[in-house]
Design a protein around this ligand. Structure first.
Ligand code: NAD
Length: 275
């Protein structure tokens, strides 16, 4: 660990800090789940390549729910077979040390933080969780576990049985993945957006891990923390807007490397009790 980071962590630690950790797809890359910006992001329908920004939309779901479900079930298949990694586990340890002074805000819908053991209360899944569904017509069934369905083959249509399982038992409409689509707005009820902002507004330290900063609320969290003078650490092998924010922060540090290589070490230094 480089000296600048070590000093920053020592200074922050001595003040019983409130810590917000903001994670993106990069933290799950070492569990084998492709990020959106990587080359695996495309989805081919007939002769056309669709980007996630087109597939993961209310508009696409309204015009072709089966295709959107095929895409989710295929991608979610990769999440189900992936295991939480050292970085996910390090955050469980950090929560155990900090208790109510810890908040995890994740953009990931893969459920790996939950499966690693991060608590539901202190984890705000601001883009939802692909292991859950709700009625696309909002008929009031609430959020429910995704019915058990085998991952479809990449080139296969959904079977009539699968389509039936993806219908609301109450009103018969399609169920939808419990995830925020690109043409929808954040809210508190489904995505705990206000809670995430509230936590950020009180943070003494923001640690950002593996996000390209392409979405709105995470950037708001970054700029809020910068304005209020929180210490900011960005862990990412590549340049990204949070590194720019960390660079501008009075107490900021850019860690150019992978989540698994760096987060456990950072957590270890934060978890040591002050003398
Ligand atoms: P992104 O795909 O836009 O960016 C990933 C970032 O992770 C990049 O900056 C990359 O440099 C970094 N990265 C890659 N490998 C890393 C590693 N080993 N350690 C640390 N960082 C690494 O991801 P995003 O910013 O989270 O935005 C994508 C959107 O897509 C989000 O809304 C998210 O909900 C969704 N998404 C989720 C998953 C998931 O749940 N695992 C996967 C893909 C996309």
């Amino acid at each position: 660990m480089h000296l600048e980071l070590l000093h920053l962590l020592e200074r922050v630690r001595s003040r019983n800090p409130r810590v917000v950790v903001l994670t993106g797809a990069g933290i799950s890359a070492e569990s084998g789940i492709p990020t959106f910006r990587g080359s695996d992001g495309y989805w081919v329908v007939g002769s056309r390549n669709y980007m996630p920004e087109e597939m993961a939309t209310r508009r696409m779901f309204a015009s072709d729910p089966e295709e959107v479900w095929r895409w989710y079930l295929y991608r979610f298949g990769a999440c189900r077979h992936a295991e939480p990694n050292l970085a996910h586990r390090a955050l469980v340890d950090l929560e155990a040390t900090l208790g109510d002074r810890f908040t995890l805000v994740t953009q990931n819908i893969d459920g790996l933080h939950r499966r690693a053991g991060s608590s539901v209360e202190r984890t705000h899944c601001i883009h939802g969780d692909a292991a859950y569904v709700r009625c696309a017509n909002d008929c009031g069934i609430g959020v429910q576990p995704l019915p058990s369905i085998n991952t479809p083959k990449i080139d296969a249509e959904l079977s009539p049985e699968t389509c039936e399982r993806l219908k609301c038992h109450n009103c018969g409409a399609w169920l939808r993945p419990h995830v925020l689509w690109f043409d929808e707005y954040y809210d508190e009820e489904n995505y705990r957006a206000d809670s995430a902002i509230r936590a950020a507004a009180r943070a003494d330290l923001l640690i950002v891990v593996g996000t390209s900063g392409a979405t709105n609320l995470p950037m708001q969290i970054g700029t809020l923390c910068l304005r209020q003078g929180a210490a900011i650490i960005d862990v990412n092998p590549e340049a990204n807007p949070f590194a720019v924010i960390a660079d501008r922060a009075e107490r900021g540090c850019i860690v150019r490397g992978s989540a698994c290589e760096n987060l456990p070490e950072i957590v270890k230094h934060l978890a040591i009790k002050p003398e």
